[in-house]
Write a protein that binds this ligand. Sequence first.
Ligand code: HGY
Ligand code: MN
Ligand code: MN
Ligand code: MN
Length: 415
Amino acid sequence: MSPAHAQLFLENFHHVATFGATDANGVDRQAATPEDKLSRDWFAHFARARGWEVRVDGIGNMFALLNWTPGAPYVVIGSHLDSQPLGGRFDGAYGVIAGLHAAAELDERVKSGSDDGSSAVPQFNLAVVNWFNEEGGRFAPSIMGSSVFAGLMDEEGMLCVKDLAGVTVREALESIGYLGTDERPEVAGYAEIHIEQGRILERENLTIGAVDYSWYTQKLDIEVLGEQSHTGATAMADRHDALVAASKLVLLVHDVTQKFDEEAIVSSVGHMTLEPNSPIVVARRVHLVADLRSASPEIVKEARASLIEDIAKIAREHDIRINVNDFDIRDIQYYPENGLELIEKAAVNLGLGVRRMRTMAGHDSVAMNRIVPTVMLFIPSVDGVSHCEREFTTDADMVSGLVTLTAVAWEMVNG
Ligand code: HGY
Ligand code: MN
Ligand code: MN
Ligand code: MN
């Protein structure tokens, strides 16, 4: 890749980071918001300017299609442009913009006849994807667009999901002009590059991670139903305070990890809403979501069972109702051996340090790996920080990842 192309990639990456930019160098570009529309419009412009076909499907997934061989299926590369609220500017967006520039590089190679002597026109076409709502911050569950694409979630059901303001996915996508009807491309394989969102590559001074499996994850949707009353006039013995019960629950979700080996399981509550949320009213309802993850499904199931028991005790103690629903359950995904070897070979050829590693974070590749051969690459995160405005990855590592993705995608389109 020429230095000029690498420079253009960096300029584009930093330009997209201005869509929904926050004062502290992060982004707030949640699914189907006006800020998300800005990044989608940019994606479509980048593709159309190069003569690529742009499609939008029924759940807002966007595809840029490079039709080299009429009728051939597509190797799809990409990730997601939506972010967490007050999130990082690298999570997802890096993989989409690297995907676009890897495609531009390979398009050049195919159009000018490949420089490495392999067949000029590859066996498969190439497509770049921007998946809808990978983050699940505004609309739960997460990894929505790619899961609908992979047939793991029902499109109609997901279009009816509402955000906190009661806006449905369908209404939100219509409001930004990205509720499509285009036919989904036939996929021969999938490749995604992403920041690690952990500390391993940085600690071992490596540049590329070849993801070999993803952790088992599930969420608990919990509704605590107490009784509204006056914070001044109601005797303590007469209160059914949903927030006191919910607060005990939050600590239980954190403390359950201590029943297992250190770091064998991670869990927390990251989302909580309160009704009526007024200073002199005892809360009647609290809605919270707990996130449980482990390399061992058995450990998550054991932790869940322990929580269900404790939740029943709290409900009895406070004479309130607590409803618990499991959702967003993602089984462990193992990525194919030949894909790992592809990443390792490309990295070694480029003189980059590489190792195999798991992902604790969920990704669109977790959905795609259920239907097509899938490879997932990581580049380092400084301090391992993510889902936070302080998220950072160096330009040099981003370019190294881009060049590696380009090499891997070239192998994949040539079958
Ligand atoms: O679930 C995840 O880990 C991803 O960030 N959506
Ligand atoms: Mn992500
Ligand atoms: Mn994320
Ligand atoms: Mn909620």
